[in-house]
Design a protein. Sequence first.
Length: 269
Amino acid sequence: MHKFSQKGVEATGVSTLNLTILGTAGGGPIPHRAKSGLLLQVNGRLSLLDCGGGVYQRFVDYGNDFVVLDRVFISHTHPDHMSDLLLIAEAIYLTGRAEPFEIYVPDEFAEPCRNLLEATYLFPDRFPCPLEIIGYGDGFTFRGNFDLTAIGNTHLSKHSAALDSRTHSNRGQCHSFMIAHDGKRVLYSADIGTLDDLIPHWGGCDYVIIEAAHIEWQRFYAEAKQAHVGEFIITHLLSEAQAWDIQQQAYAQGIGNIVVAHDGMKISL
């Protein structure tokens, strides 16, 4: 059982998987909020889901150590979801660690990511540890101290016509992530194109961490009332006014399992 407050999520029991929402702002600036980033901790080891602007600093501010960060998963290549990737790679280099470090990116970005590291003098073959850049697509599953499955969504499909006339590697890939551990499930939406990207997947989830920037809100409230979901956590906000309005609208419609995220919010499973 979990207890929510305006200060975040307080666990009432012992857990082996903890999540910290490092950043909760959408594309535009909001004071005191970093961009998208979610930190997973399992038995002392760390993984990042997205790393937009400010996530590097939040990671440090909350007392985390890059020595035990094993991997980063990037949902898509909009800057507010991956602009701190180079800073994180540099931090990994400076630790002198020996354990492998993995960067999971959409297939379309695997080679450009290698080129970007090379162009910024973060030569992958000069790292003190093995550095792997792994491209993935819809349906990819990572299995380790937790399971993660990539679910392709339509957030970037609006660019399909423009992509046909360009020669770069962009293919409009964007993914949500399903995280599973010890019988619990968390769905992280990243950015989506429509709620149809999520509704088929959220049934039975303990938490759905859902972005606020691209949502059809009246439909969301209607679907949330009948969804078999433990808690909806709203992130990737456009403004503090929007955060307030979402919470008030949910209460007005009798929906009690919605909470608006803040930087540093912790979730325990």
